[in-house]
Design a protein around this ligand. Structure first.
Ligand code: ADP
Length: 465
């Protein structure tokens, strides 16, 4: 950590006064080379430079990957192995967008008027305010910032109060990569200042774009802020992912997928399975094998210890939420198959928990858990499972296991979500579009679509031909 000079960085940037100062510099146009960075992609040299800078940033992340992973584990509790995985995933967004930077194309359009041509230019939207959560302290930043910088935008990042260090470490590396000062700005703040800082960032006239990942409730507040000056927005909000196992599924594959999609980051990801729907014929075998796999392969403990697969939850509030959902389910008739209470280690640790005999009225089915709790509902018919899956205001990820090709097409098309895992529990990759429908958000990140969120389409009617 010391090699990244984190102490120096944090003491420099902490405090609201400093945040105000940073914003003033942005307002005063002190972002160096702002005009250069705002020029669209028709200057090949500048474009290549942007691409190379992102690539250098990626290289530095890889060179410092061990330190960066330790920072994630220290600030979030995530097991070190998962933190190492996050750093690779995070760095890959910089690499991906260093390549995408060179593929920002316009169009030439022929209309019925002989003396005119339509040109479509793609131009950077401008300064982007980026507000990120604690569950992926590094990757949620690069997924947005990689796209923004590739498009030619500058960014002001407000990381989550629980995990500011990864954002600051990225700043240090951006600096080393030669990314001009003022292009990647970080404004950490405490929870009680988040509202105030968020409001300034999301209403400042110089900011053209807001990109947020976090809860649906906070997303709605930011959408209100954006409305006044009609800013562009990308929102990656909460989920309530269904995980459906049909009778035709390979039960071992389904259990492996359930383990991966439920227990990554101790259940604290927005694409974690939240509701397990299992068809009657396969139900008992799935529940038995799922419980065995949980007991055999999950180990709760300190994220720095070898063999730990489940770290603590992020804070006491998160533990209370899981506890409340378990108690509510048990009071309404659910059966605890394994786990069910706070872990004996104390602190913010919770036992990986499997519940059966779950019904649709229980809190664990109606609200996002963000913890290591897997509730199982038994169903009879495909239509019933799809109806339960779609009975949610949100729609981020959905998973199902089936070996029936016709059923696979039907269900993949019918699920009201932005991302579907078919016989697969881990779906995120930098090459594929990440995002949700309904109240899970607006826009897509990663993939060839991610850069569009930071580009304006300008139509030029070229007449007099
Ligand atoms: P969680 O409850 O899991 O922390 P949030 O959606 O509240 O999820 O937090 C995600 C990010 O949004 C964090 O960076 C947090 O500081 C920020 N945030 C929370 N409330 C506000 C707000 N009113 N305005 C701006 N940012 C906020």
């Amino acid at each position: 950590m010391s090699s990244l000079g984190l102490k120096r960085l944090t003491s420099k940037i902490e405090g609201f006064q400093q945040q105000q100062f940073l914003l003033k510099t942005v307002r005063a146009g002190l972002i160096p080379d702002l005009s250069t960075w705002f020029i669209d992609g028709c200057f090949p040299v500048l474009l290549q430079e942007r691409s190379l800078l992102l690539r250098k940033w990626y290289d530095l992340m890889i060179q410092n990957k061990d330190d960066l992973a330790k920072i994630i584990t220290a600030e979030s509790g995530k097991p070190l192995k998962e933190a190492q995985g996050e750093i690779l995933y995070s760095a890959l967004f910089l690499e991906w967008f260093s390549e995408e930077a060179r593929r920002i194309y316009g169009d030439i359009i022929y209309t019925s008027a002989k003396d005119k041509r339509g040109l479509v230019l793609k131009q950077p939207v401008g300064v982007a305010a980026i507000i990120t959560p604690w569950n992926f302290p590094s990757a949620m930043i690069t997924r947005k910032v990689g796209a923004a910088l590739a498009a030619g935008c500058t960014v002001v990042v407000k990381p989550a109060e629980d995990t500011p260090y990864s954002a600051l470490a990225l700043a240090q590396l951006a600096n080393q990569a030669g990314i001009p000062a003022g292009v990647y700005n970080v404004i950490p703040c405490s929870r009680n200042k988040a509202k105030e800082v968020g409001e300034v960032l999301c209403t400042d006239p110089l900011v053209s774009k807001i990109s947020f990942t976090g809860s649906t409730a906070t997303g709605k507040i930011l959408l209100h802020h954006a409305a006044n000056s009609v800013k562009r927005v990308s929102m990656e909000l909460g989920g309530l992912a269904p995980f459906i196992v049909f009778d035709s599924a390979n039960v071992d594959q389904a259990v492996a997928g359930a383990m991966a999609s439920k227990f990554r980051n101790a259940g604290q990801t927005c694409v974690c399975s939240n509701r397990f729907l299992v068809q009657r014929g396969i139900h008992d075998s799935f529940v038995t094998k799922f419980a065995e796999a949980m007991k055999k392969s999950l180990r709760v403990g300190n994220g720095f210890e070898e063999g730990t697969t489940q770290g603590p939850l992020i804070n006491e509030k998160a533990v209370e939420k899981v506890e409340k959902q378990v108690n509510d389910a048990v009071a309404k008739g659910a059966t605890v198959v394994t786990g069910g209470k706070r872990h004996q280690s104390g602190g913010n640790f919770f036992e990986p928990t499997l519940l059966s005999n779950v019904t649709r009225d229980m809190l664990c089915i109606t609200e996002e858990t963000f913890g290591p709790l897997a509730p199982v509902i038994k169903f009879d018919k495909e239509e019933e499972a799809v109806a339960i899956a779609n009975a949610a205001e949100v729609g981020l990820a959905g998973y199902f296991y089936s070996q029936d090709p016709a059923q696979i097409w039907r269900v993949a098309e019918q699920l009201e979500v932005g991302m579907v895992g078919v016989n697969e529990g881990l779906i995120s990759s930098v090459e594929c579009p990440f995002g949700g429908v309904k109240q899970s958000g607006l826009g897509r990140e990663g993939s060839k679509y991610g850069i569009d969120e930071y580009l304006e389409v300008k139509y030029v009617c070229y007449g007099g031909l």
